[in-house]
Write a protein that binds this ligand. Structure first.
Ligand code: KG4
Ligand code: ZN
Length: 336
């Protein structure tokens, strides 16, 4: 069983031998809309209300009982401290009640493991592009569980999802911004406005990401354009993000001589990111792996997936003293 409560989704999933048996998800997203972003205290309170029913719903979905569960994995970081605590407390209680081992896991390792539920085990080496609300990183991934994950680059400022959320706000679109921009961009012309491609100059770090300048460029454009076409602006912004993400991810594959690119995290649900990544991978002879959309955004199945991999690898369980790590960088899947 995997339990995820790092942000605004309460997710519980059940995985055995790489196969998703069932899952359930509750979200407090609606409660944050009027604030334009996730309010940690509201998220934590929502997790408290949702956690037990969501565990029950996931077990029902898998036609299992708690006594059938062999191990529990829980996100211990990174994420909102108050939110993480709810999942960790629930996971400890279940582990003690059922007398089963507990594994603290890294949220981003879960995002990467999500893809194995759709496409089977990862190859020996792959490049991971993690694009979420809080992170934008290029990773050199080996087995996910034993060998430390190598960071090739991390965003210097905003994460890609954060840029979507902030630009949506500038355009008067609702939170969360990613899905809203994705939707309206379908009615726009992605070549209408040439927004900058950050850190793409010859002197820039080849794999570096930065999205705060792009966000400012959109804000300036909006200010000086009285007859603004929101769909064109959204489509052109989305194109800039998709262009930078995919060109740098392919560059990383070439640099590291890796033949598989795995794109995961909330922004991997974006239709243009998926489309452009596929086009460019096809042209370069690189295998693209992107999980189904519901496994891209936060969920419990991805945490169960990484827990299942750890258990099958014979990893030692975390102690019941395992605690939260709100800002920990991804190096190893398991956190103690
Ligand atoms: O991975 P995730 O669910 O939570 C974090 O771990 O952060 O990612 C959430 C982020 C939000 O910023 C949201 O706007 C973005 O993913 N997102 C999208 C799409 N769906 C979610 N961004 C672009 N296009 C989408 N379709
Ligand atoms: Zn996430």
């Amino acid at each position: 069983m995997g339990i995820e409560t790092s942000c605004d989704e309460t997710g519980v999933g059940l995985v055995r031998d790489g196969v998703l048996l069932g899952q359930a998800l509750a979200s407090s997203m609606e409660e944050h809309v009027r604030f334009g972003g996730v309010v940690p205290e509201i998220a934590a309170r929502a997790h408290v209300h949702a956690i037990v029913p969501t565990i029950r719903a996931a077990l029902d979905d898998a036609h299992l009982e708690l006594s059938d569960v062999g191990a529990i994995a829980v996100t211990t970081g990174p994420g909102l401290a108050t939110a993480l605590h709810v999942g960790v407390a629930a996971a400890k209680a279940l582990a003690i009640a059922a007398g089963i081992p507990l594994y603290g896991v890294h949220h981003l390792a879960g995002h990467a493991a999500a893809d194995t539920l759709d496409h089977g085990p990862l190859p020996e080496r792959s490049i991971g592009l993690i694009v979420s609300g809080g992170h934008t990183s290029l990773l050199h991934v080996r087995d996910l569980t034993r060998t430390p994950i190598e960071h090739l680059s991390d965003t210097l400022d905003d994460a890609a999802g954060e840029a979507f959320d902030k630009v949506a706000r500038i355009l008067g679109l609702p939170y969360p911004g990613g899905p809203a921009i994705d939707r309206i961009a379908k009615e726009g012309d992605r070549t209408a406005i040439r927004f900058p491609r950050p850190l793409s100059g010859s002197g820039d770090p080849a794999l570096g990401f930065s999205f705060s300048g792009l966000k400012t460029a959109v804000a300036r454009y909006v200010e000086k354009t009285p007859d603004l076409d929101v769909a064109d602006t959204a489509a052109s912004f989305q194109e800039a993000v998709a262009d930078v993400l995919t060109s740098k991810a392919l560059r990383a594959c070439r640099d590291q001589r890796v033949e598989t690119l795995v794109v995961v995290g909330g922004v991997a649900a974006n239709s243009r990111v998926r489309g452009l990544a596929q086009e460019r991978c096809d042209a370069a002879g690189i295998e693209l792996r992107v999980p189904r959309m519901s496994l891209c955004t936060d969920n419990g199945a991805m945490i169960a997936a990484i827990g299942d991999l750890l258990v099958r690898d014979g990893a030692k369980a975390s102690s019941l003293d395992v605690t939260i790590h709100p800002t920990i960088e991804l190096q190893t899947a398991q956190l103690f």
